[in-house]
Ligand binder design. Structure first.
Ligand SMILES: C[S@@+](CC[C@H](N)C(=O)[O-])C[C@H]1O[C@@H](n2cnc3c(N)ncnc32)[C@H](O)[C@@H]1O
Length: 196
């Protein structure tokens, strides 16, 4: 893969600092972390180097792995080699101390988000934490005009995409014995929800 063709996410560059602050707060104990839907791998590359006490395992669908490998190779990443994991398939590894996913719950169909939560909780140690970054609605209300516009764009690309309601996400986690321990405001009307 030549550098000029490598996918790059400006959003990941913008949000990695605020995400780091949240992970530093919640991931103080050394442990294993599975990143679901790692995308380009920019988060894995940078965050793993900032959090050397974590064994960072990036994953995504198989077609994204070459890009993730590229980004890990370009940096002082401490992440493991990326793992092919489509969350709708069998999860081949775990359990983990931490799960982290960014900007995936509005991309996956709602039924797949529910499945991801169920499987994630099954692959999380009892004391583990599942951290979810992205936009969320509260009581079915958008938190900003920009999120309302984003929802319109998401639906124009795929009607199954959409910003999830925080209360619905909480209910899904509660079915698997996990509660929302923290809800952090992030720049650009995003949140990090922490379940454990
Ligand atoms: C908007 S991107 C976010 C990428 C990255 N986490 C970020 O924040 O820059 C959504 C990601 O979800 C992944 N994804 C979608 N469906 C998935 C599935 N069934 N299993 C695993 N990953 C999935 C996509 O491949 C993509 O990398």
């Amino acid at each position: 893969m030549t550098s000029s063709k490598v996918p790059f996410s400006q959003a990941a560059e913008n949000n990695k600092g605020p995400i780091l602050q949240v992970l530093q707060q919640h991931c103080q104990a050394p442990g294993t972390l599975l990143e679901i839907g790692a995308g380009t791998g920019q988060h894995a590359a940078w965050l793993s180097a900032q959090l050397p006490h974590l064994q960072w395992q990036p994953s995504d669908v198989a077609q994204n792995l070459p890009t993730i490998r590229h980004w890990l190779g370009q940096t002082h990443s401490l992440a493991n080699a990326p793992l092919a994991l489509d969350v709708s398939d069998q999860w081949p590894i775990g359990p983990f101390d931490y799960l982290f996913t960014a900007n995936t719950f509005h991309i996956m169909p709602q039924s797949l988000v529910a499945h991801c939560i169920a499987e994630g909780c099954r692959h999380l140690n009892t004391e583990g934490l599942f951290m979810v970054y992205g936009p969320f609605n509260y009581d079915d209300q958008f938190t900003s005009d920009s999120n309302r516009q984003f929802e319109r764009w998401l639906k124009s690309t795929d009607t199954q995409r959409g910003i999830r309601d925080k209360e619905w996400v909480e209910q899904e986690f509660a079915q698997h014995g996990r509660q929302c321990l923290a809800d952090h405001a992030m720049p650009a009307n995003n949140r990090v929800l922490v379940f454990g």
